[in-house]
Design a protein around this ligand. Structure first.
Ligand code: ZN
Length: 386
């Protein structure tokens, strides 16, 4: 006579490794590369799932796992609803030669009870599916990717020529929340290159004008306008609600302030910059590469000295757009990013150039012995912020 479940279960439990939700959380927080494999059914995963999980229902495990995870040395944690199906799946994976497999004890239910986050896909309406269809059919995006974009919260510092087109594309692409910081009013001179603003916005605050334009482009996007000057006292408070920062202020002091805040707060920062006929783009991933100070210990141009210069508005738009494209890839977790690279564009000669850039061990912010540890204490070095 064959064995019953009650007889098989202790045998399976004795042969596999289990991890608790707390142990898994520590592993994930420490950035240890672990593949999370969800072996529930598709409709269960649609309701909720763990961040970064790959779906492979138990019934297809043996047939498809080698295609999904060809490297059998990679650590895998399998989970299901309560930890039974995942235990059987872990045993199967071990039998197939996977070397480092564990099952999540108590499954996603215990994970939730332990207070850890789960994600839910958005139920897109027919109208939204139409709107984003060309983006959704990209293999790198899909509905899951579109949902990641919808969950993204991006703060844009500055709403001038560098960020105008970027803000509009981030809005049209369905980024969940866009915050805009800008102290200045819209002037006639702004209307040539700052395409976020129109004649009807003249004299109004640029952040508020930008938020209104975003609402007109895409009502799915929630907006927050900050009609204020960023300073050492308010920057952390504003940045804390966002996943990603886009720095387009065109003011070097503000750029250093935002760079410092992002590194101290460990937030990814995308910088677009321009002067006259050249533009540059650089991204800061705290802990993973150089910060802005590592590459530019001092501003290349004095803001006051360059105020009288002319410039190409389209160039500013382009640099901002490049960073918007980077933000989409970052939110999706796909593609090669401008990590450890400085992108330069010589507008009049139509030359793009990528330069590798490295972390400076002597950097006062992210080096081995940092002296900038608090924005308020560093106040004196920023000067007049724009
Ligand atoms: Zn640095």
């Amino acid at each position: 006579m064959g064995k019953s479940f009650k007889e098989i279960w202790p045998d399976i439990k004795g042969k596999i490794k289990e991890v608790s939700p707390e142990e898994l959380k520590v592993r994930m927080t420490n950035g240890k590369e672990t593949i999370l494999l969800d072996v529930r059914e598709k409709d269960e995963m649609r309701k909720e799932y763990m961040c970064g999980a790959e779906l492979l229902p138990r019934g297809f495990l043996e047939m498809r796992v080698e295609e999904l995870i060809p490297d059998k040395e990679k650590p895998i944690v399998v989970y299901c609803a309560v930890g039974v199906r995942s235990a059987f799946a872990a045993k199967t994976l071990m039998d197939m030669g996977y070397e480092d497999v564990a099952s999540l004890r108590g499954g996603i239910e215990k994970w939730k009870r332990s207070g850890f986050e789960v994600l839910r896909d958005l139920d897109f309406t027919r109208e939204q599916l139409d709107r984003y269809s060309r983006q959704i059919i990209l293999p790198e995006v899909g509905e899951k990717g579109q949902a990641k974009i919808h969950r993204g919260k991006v703060l844009i510092v500055g709403s001038g020529r560098l960020s105008s087109a970027a803000t509009m594309y981030l809005a049209a692409g369905g980024v969940g929340k866009l915050g805009v910081v800008d102290f200045h009013p819209v002037t006639h001179g702004d209307l040539r290159g700052q395409i976020l603003h129109t004649f009807s916005s003249l004299g109004k605050n640029r952040a508020e004008s930008a938020a209104k334009m975003v609402e007109r482009i895409n009502p799915d996007v929630s907006t927050e306008a900050y009609p204020i000057r960023l300073g050492v006292e308010n920057t952390v408070d504003i940045l804390k609600d966002y996943d990603v920062i886009l720095e387009c202020s065109g003011n070097s002091r503000t750029r250093y302030l935002v760079n410092d805040a992002c590194v101290l707060m460990e937030k990814p920062l995308f910088i677009a910059e321009m002067a006259r006929d050249w533009g540059k783009a650089m991204s800061v991933y705290p802990g993973e590469g150089p910060c802005y100070r590592c590459v530019f210990p001092k501003p290349e141009l004095d803001d006051n000295a360059s105020e009288g210069d002319g410039y190409s508005d389209a160039l500013g738009g382009l640099m901002g757009l490049i960073q918007a494209a980077e933000i989409f890839k970052f939110l999706l977790g796909k593609g090669d990013l401008l990590k450890g690279k400085l992108l330069l564009w010589d507008g009049f000669r139509m030359r793009f150039q990528q330069k590798p850039v490295e972390r400076d061990r002597a950097c006062p912010l992210c080096g081995e012995h940092p002296c900038i540890t608090d924005l308020v204490k560093n106040k004196g070095s920023y000067g007049r912020l724009g």
